[in-house]
Design a protein around this ligand. Structure first.
Ligand SMILES: *[C@@H]1O[C@H](CO)[C@@H](O)[C@H](O)[C@H]1NC(C)=O
Ligand SMILES: *[C@@H]1O[C@H](CO)[C@@H](O)[C@H](O)[C@H]1NC(C)=O
Ligand SMILES: *[C@@H]1O[C@H](CO)[C@@H](O)[C@H](O)[C@H]1NC(C)=O
Ligand SMILES: [Ca+2]
Ligand SMILES: [Ca+2]
Length: 355
């Protein structure tokens, strides 16, 4: 309640300042134009037209893709269709997607609204898929067991918590254990708009386990993608509106200590980590205004960054792919598997390219 008061007062105060508008546009990266960077042999993934907000590739080349996100303020091409989880086998020559059937008696498919996803593989090779969902614009984490033979997802449980009010992405560190980002402090669409417009930076990251839930990092201007290094020692968080990637040292008690931050000229979204090299692959929105105020005549572009040697003094950042929206609009995520790159988008297609 105190924060609500502060917000109202701040809103009234700051609305008077013209400067605020310009800082808002800077945070949105509203002036950024795209210089195309192409990759050879790109193919659109058949069967994905309305988004692939997040994807995750298992060690064996099976990729899970979440599609059909409905998020306030963001364009939706198929508002009446519930979201789905798709499976794609990247070992195939010309991979196609297959919808994973969801089983389990207590799961309401009609309100499934999948956002960030993450997997956890147990010692006995059981694959758990954790999916952030927004049924009726609330936030839950849905826990599934992947049944590869049957190509189904068995729903095991729904996780909700007051410290998980507005989840964007998660990274699983156990079957029911994860770090999650809340992209805003408020849940209400009107209040989140003001929170974002004013740049309050009240977004935060949480560690969740069945017996302990704790805020581990806070003060973000839209915390978005979160991921972990292959050795499990470092956690990465994308701060979208500040255009930063933060690196944290992760301790045995799950607390995080800030180590360093990298600045970019783009709105960083989901972070994927190459399990072999440890490189970060980041889906980015070059210009946030074009994502939030969608105009088909002037669509948002896409950009994929690769960061090598992030822990050293001189990380190497490469723009691997960039498009003005003709091919791919609003990229959120990018993952590599055996020399190929799979790129997902908020509400548009998915692209599969050779590197
Ligand atoms: C997005 O982030 C998750 C961490 O929650 C990561 O595991 C996943 O690989 C990322 N998706 C891609 C492919 O960028
Ligand atoms: C967690 O571990 C770190 C590093 O060992 C330590 O500095 C910190 O005090 C611990 N925090 C808690 C809450 O136990
Ligand atoms: C994007 O680039 C393509 C080719 O590079 C060009 O034909 C097209 O007009 C551009 N579109 C926009 C919206 O700038
Ligand atoms: Ca994710
Ligand atoms: Ca995201």
């Amino acid at each position: 309640m105190a924060k609500l008061m502060v917000l109202t007062l701040l809103g009234l105060g700051l609305a008077l300042f013209r400067d605020h508008r310009s800082s808002y546009l800077t945070r949105m990266n509203a002036f950024r134009e795209i210089k195309p960077v192409e990759l050879p042999n790109c193919k659109l993934v058949k069967g994905i037209e309305s988004g692939s907000e997040d994807l995750e590739v298992l060690h064996n080349g099976l990729a899970f893709i979440s599609t059909g996100l409905k998020y306030p303020g963001i364009k939706v091409f198929e508002p009446d269709k519930p979201g789905k989880i798709l499976l794609m086998d990247l070992n195939e020559e010309d991979p196609t997607v297959l919808e994973l059937r969801i089983t389990g008696s207590n799961f309401d498919l009609s309100s499934f609204n999948p956002h960030g996803i993450s997997t956890f593989t147990d010692e006995d090779n059981t694959v758990y898929l954790l999916v952030v969902s927004h049924p009726d614009l609330k936030s839950t984490v849905e826990l599934f067991k992947f049944q590869e033979e049957e190509k189904t997802l068995l729903h095991l449980k729904t996780i909700k918590h007051k410290l998980l009010p507005k989840i964007n992405d998660i990274v699983a560190v156990g079957p029911e254990h994860f770090y999650a980002t809340n992209d805003h402090y408020f849940v209400d669409t009107y209040l989140t708009f003001w929170e974002m417009y004013l740049g309050l930076a009240w977004s935060y990251a949480v560690y969740y386990s069945p017996n302990e839930v704790q805020v581990m990092a806070s003060g973000f201007d839209f915390a978005n993608g979160i991921n972990i290094s292959p050795d499990g020692k470092y956690v990465y968080i994308a701060e979208s509106m500040a255009h930063k990637i933060h690196v944290y040292e992760k301790h045995a008690n799950w607390t995080l200590t800030p180590l360093k931050s990298l600045d970019f000229d783009t709105i960083v979204d989901n972070i994927s980590v190459d399990p072999v090299t440890g490189d970060l692959w980041i889906g980015c929105h070059p210009n946030g205004m074009k994502v939030f105020f969608y105009d088909p005549e002037n669509p948002p572009g896409s950009e994929v960054l690769r960061i090598q040697n992030i822990l050293t003094e001189e990380p190497k950042v490469t723009v691997v792919y960039a498009d003005n929206g003709t091919v791919l609009q609003a990229s959120t995520t990018a993952s590599v598997y055996k020399g190929k790159l799979l790129i997902g988008t908020v509400f548009h297609r998915a692209l599969y390219c050779e590197l």
